[in-house]
Design a binder for this molecule. Structure first.
Ligand code: AMP
Length: 194
């Protein structure tokens, strides 16, 4: 039987992480844990915390590491099977926090999948999506934060032989097929090493 995968999905805003995670989680019976979706759900409750989160999201900034880590810890500790993390980690301190959390939970990461899409395509995709945090100024800010804070964590996973890069251009189905092939290839190479 196939092992239930534990995967971090990386890539800039607009790369298709959410779309691909939904497909992959359904196809492989994995938990899809999107920190952006969970934060938006908190905003929708109009709680005091939700109001604070809303202000951060609408500026295009990141919410605090501690808040996001609490969300992820809570979900992963209840879920011992495979999972996909979408939107977390988003900076090097979150990557280190995730390493510690997974060591605590005894759930080592198997692969970090990086979806690659050129910047002009990202801006076009994000502006056509129409989410409330997708105005042009906010989109540019989110891409800038991605380049400064999130992209550097690729090296964190590359150094551990866990990074797999996948071309995110093309139809949803084409990208989904590439992702599946890449995961199979990675799993096979790990089995060969073991
Ligand atoms: P996303 O849906 O992943 O594009 O996330 C939408 C927004 O939620 C981001 O622009 C951030 O403001 C916030 N967010 C999501 N994940 C994180 C995270 N891991 N750390 C901090 N902020 C986050």
């Amino acid at each position: 039987m196939r092992m239930r995968e534990r995967v971090v999905v990386l890539g800039p805003p607009g790369a298709g992480k959410g779309t691909q995670c939904k497909l992959l989680s359904a196809a492989r019976g994995l938990l899809h844990l999107s920190t952006g979706d969970l934060l938006r759900a908190e905003v929708a409750t109009a709680s005091t915390l939700g109001e604070q989160v809303k202000a951060v999201l609408n500026r295009g900034d990141l919410v605090s590491d501690d808040l996001v880590l609490a969300i992820v810890r809570n979900r992963l500790s209840m879920h011992q099977e495979g999972w996909l993390l979408d939107g977390f980690p988003r900076n090097s301190s979150q990557a280190a926090m995730l390493d510690d959390l997974l060591a605590d939970l005894g759930q080592p990461l198997q692969v970090a999948l990086q979806l690659q899409v050129p910047e002009e395509e990202l801006v076009a995709r994000l502006l056509s999506r129409g989410r409330s945090d997708d105005s042009e100024a906010v989109v540019r800010k989110r891409l800038q934060i991605y380049g400064q804070q999130t992209e550097p964590i690729n090296a964190h996973y590359q150094g551990r032989g866990l990074l797999k890069c996948v071309d995110g251009l093309g139809s949803i189905e084409e990208v989904a097929t590439r992702i599946c092939n890449s995961l199979e290839e990675h799993q096979h190479s790990q089995e060969t090493i073991c």
